[in-house]
Design a protein around this ligand. Sequence first.
Ligand SMILES: Cc1cc2nc3c(=O)[nH]c(=O)nc-3n(C[C@H](O)[C@H](O)[C@H](O)COP(=O)(O)OP(=O)(O)OC[C@H]3O[C@@H](n4cnc5c(N)ncnc54)[C@H](O)[C@@H]3O)c2cc1C
Length: 466
Amino acid sequence: MAYNRGMTATQSLRQCDLAIVGGGAAGVLVALHALRTATTALHVALFEPASVLAQGIAYATPWPEHLLNVPVGRMSGLPDAPDDFLDYLLQVDAFPGMPRDALAAEYAPRRCYAAYLQARLEQAQAGSPAQFSVVHDAVTALQPGTATQRLTLAGGDSWQARQVVLACGNSMRPLPVAGADALPPGKVVDAWDYDGVRMLAGDGDLAIIGSGLSMADSVVALANAGHRGRIHVLSRHALLPLPHAHGGAASFDPQPLPGLPLRQALRALRGHARDAVAQGLPWQSVMDRIRPLGQALWWGLDAADQRRFLRHVVRYWDVHRHRIARQVHAQVTALERSGQLQRHRARLDTVLVLDGTLQVHAHGADGGLPPLQVGALINATGVETRATAMRNPLVQQLLADGHARPGPHGLGLDTSVQQGHLLDAGGQPQPGIQVVGSLRIGTLWESLAIPELRVQAQQAAGRALG
Ligand SMILES: Cc1cc2nc3c(=O)[nH]c(=O)nc-3n(C[C@H](O)[C@H](O)[C@H](O)COP(=O)(O)OP(=O)(O)OC[C@H]3O[C@@H](n4cnc5c(N)ncnc54)[C@H](O)[C@@H]3O)c2cc1C
């Protein structure tokens, strides 16, 4: 179904060849690749409720202290132009005077990345014969058909599309405490509410639930906004994200690792890390070496080992794999050394409202902690990976209507490995619906960061238009 320029404006707006659901980084990358690939006047429509494209969650922060956790030289949106983000930053003179090599290794503010994707999308649109529409509304339902897929929007409009790509991205986990939704407004702030977190800065004590990347974001934001009160960080394992390092690449052959049982693979990795350190290399070089094999390592584990990994290893894996810029790590650990940041290895029990403050009750392995009296809580529990718990009406509709099923181990939505097609409740691939990004985590495991998203986006756009 080619876009028909003879239709009325209202009719034409309701039909498209490719509908992309979600205008965060992943959706914009799909649009970018579709516009670059198109050779005819087909119609690409991008559905995104937010007013600004390409920000999604990660790149919506306006604050300079929120840095990318991947160096500039590895953040290109184009698999066939690995230096594209670096070139863009040089073109716009984002870091005046910084030499190219140094910039490639730099961790740029995340806000630069949304600006980069917006600029590249604009260029692709200008050079493409395709028509491109942006619809600022959420898709709340999707009914697959043989030739066309029907989308229903929150505002009530309906669209028909020949092909759909779901790029709905990340949902935040709810605060893990009963009655969280009933806590007074302003007393619980999501870590992804970047302005809201900064507005909590002051003399009072605060608690952050979760100790991962979003905790680090919140801590540096509070510190840069002049927070003087204590920051209590509560989490079940209380592991802080580890820093990136410079200093050489490990050269061992990682190919035998996929396919080893979990215990042996971990033993081998620890051995490689010891060898690296003995050679004067950082242990991080071992994780960098196996980075391209993330999906193969996941597939290489049988179902029982995948379960063991999720139960016993994932928290340790995450802090080694999802690292933060050294300056962010230094700021967090300096606050901990000074006593302003206090880490508690504990599980949250209840949060009570007392005289306008919150009393936080939690227990650790040795029993209950003394209650913490804080002015507000920050929910930094991170990305919700369980499909049935995701607070996205479209995901819930797809599951309820049998058009989707949870992925392996309940993680994300189930998709075909090679083509990324959404599998229905019976496991049948739906050729009109592809999925990119974090919704594929159960199938692919490594499906969150730009190095994977750019490849998935290019392939999805190519398949949709092919
Ligand atoms: C805080 C944070 C920092 C990160 N930093 C990095 C980094 O430095 N480098 C890196 O490579 N990766 C990073 N990541 C990983 C990150 O997930 C990806 O890089 C990327 O931003 C994911 O983009 P996305 O579009 O898949 O998801 P999101 O950013 O979550 O965007 C999804 C978009 O879809 C829209 N949407 C959802 N449902 C619907 C619907 N039903 N209808 C219409 N629209 C919908 C949402 O409004 C949203 O705009 C970070 C992640 C987080 C959370």
